[in-house]
Design a binder for this molecule. Structure first.
Ligand code: CDP
Length: 235
């Protein structure tokens, strides 16, 4: 089978980006009045909403933890968010993404400050074009900050991968579908600590090291945009 051409000889990708370029990103906060905090992100063709509630009473009550708040993040894809209609309701992929996002955010939210309560974050993918776990996590972290929930830092995410043998950041749909590797990553930017790292595909050790740096830089750019939108609120 002929290889699908995703990047040309000059290193330009199908949407005109260079290998280390992140798609255009727009962020907004405070978009849902009934939530304690919320965020909306358009990232390339992805459109993602996140709403945070709490700290509040937790149901079912047996989940209560007397030492800390219980953080629950729920990732869902709207049926109309993808080309083939997505069957509504939970599935293995959404459960996995909800779990990794919850774990990533648990490392920054100061949960010990709110024992016996729950903090819920709902992430709704309205339009998907690859990298939705990164967009969802970035939006969830902004929604928690918008809610005024104390955190050590934000969490910023970005993916990278390999297409036609070349390393690139922030894969779009065609690159995700026809590329050789997808590597989503999330960081706590101030410490450059990695709180989510998944990999689908194969890279050599050198390629991994190079891509890791490229994705780290991508996530740091995302962090700058997160700070910018939060600062605007308080100016
Ligand atoms: O979105 P992310 O890259 O974090 O996760 P993925 O499982 O690698 O999915 C990549 C992309 O496949 C999604 O962003 C969607 O655009 C698409 N997808 C789809 O078309 N239908 C699904 N049921 C799930 C994903």
């Amino acid at each position: 089978m002929d290889e699908i051409k995703l990047i040309d000889e000059k290193g330009i990708r199908l949407d005109g980006r260079k290998s280390d370029e992140v798609r255009e990103i727009k962020m907004e906060i405070g978009v849902i009045k009934r939530a304690t905090g919320s965020a909306y992100i358009e990232w390339g063709k992805n459109k993602v909403l996140a709403a945070a509630y709490g700290p509040r009473d937790i149901h079912p009550k047996h989940l209560k933890d007397p030492t800390r708040a219980v953080l629950r993040c729920k990732y869902s894809m709207a049926p109309f968010s993808v080309d083939d209609r997505k069957r509504p309701g939970p599935d293995r992929r959404s459960s996995e993404i909800s779990k990794v996002i919850t774990e990533a955010l648990s490392s920054v939210v100061l949960l010990e400050q709110y024992p016996d309560t729950g903090i819920d974050v709902f992430i709704e993918i309205l339009q998907a074009d690859a990298g939705t776990r990164c967009v969802g996590l970035t939006a969830a972290s902004l929604a928690l900050a918008d809610a005024g929930i104390p955190m050590k830092d934000l969490v910023a995410a970005c993916a990278g991968g390999k297409v036609n043998g070349k390393l690139v950041v922030d894969l779009m749909k065609d690159e995700d579908n026809f590329g050789e590797c997808d590597l989503p990553m999330a960081i706590v930017p101030r410490k450059k600590e990695v709180v989510l790292l998944q990999m689908d595909g194969i890279l050599s050790r050198d390629e991994f090291n190079e891509l890791y740096e490229m994705v780290m830089n991508g996530a740091l750019k995302v962090y700058e945009l997160q700070k910018e939108v939060l600062m605007k609120k308080y100016q």
